[in-house]
Design a protein around this ligand. Sequence first.
Ligand code: KIV
Ligand code: NA
Length: 268
Amino acid sequence: PIKRLTVPAIKAMKGTVPIVCLTAYTAPVARIVDEVTDLILVGDSVGMVLYGTDTTIGVSVEMMCAHGQAVVRASQRSCVVVDMPFGSYQKSPQQAFKTAVRILKATGAAAVKLEGGEEMADTVNFLTHRGVPVCGHVGLMPQSVQVMGGFKVTGRDRETAEKVCRDATAIAEAGAFAIVLEGVIEPVAAEITAQIAIPTIGIGASSACDGQVLVSDDIFGLFEGFKPKFVKRYAHIAEEMREAARQYAEEVRRREFPDQNHVFTPKT
Ligand code: KIV
Ligand code: NA
């Protein structure tokens, strides 16, 4: 049996080798990415990627539990982290603890992730002192899109640069084992990475981070809805799927499929 990377093992990777992280929401994708990842994130981006919503606001704890279960079952070596969805943890440390325990028990994941800076530090401290490993997420926080007025890059002016530094420091000092930096300009991501004792995992935050994360459907070219600047498509799977579906439809309409190789015949 292959040993799974633990939360302390991920934390200890800071300053050694880059941490490789991808999202997964389903068993088949988890099985594939697990061969190369250190960390698999069951992100609340599941709402936008699999359910076709415009934001992550509508994602439920039930959805995170279902997808988290599938990913833990189908992976062996990566540390699995599950997002806590909007509204399930912001009210109080107690609410966050209850949700985190529900997610960890239902899925068998190693840790939860939550969005927020200084205002969430008490919650991170509460959880980490009660057996719940937490990954932070600062900078562009998709669950706050309705307050921010869109998906915006952070750190371009002094005010937002100082704010994201304070946020990352607060979450690190509160006991998070790692922190996602999303949509942060390179010099600010570099400064945060140098300043804090835990690994930074960047998405649109430059190679200065201790690790990288992307949505797997984005790198596969499976999600075609939109492509942020920071996404690199390493394949064009949606095009292959479209062509496969087209060929199947054509063969069915011509009665070429099923042929003799794909049909049951009587015993002779
Ligand atoms: O939901 C998600 O997929 C995420 C990342 C991409 C960091 O939070
Ligand atoms: Na997320």
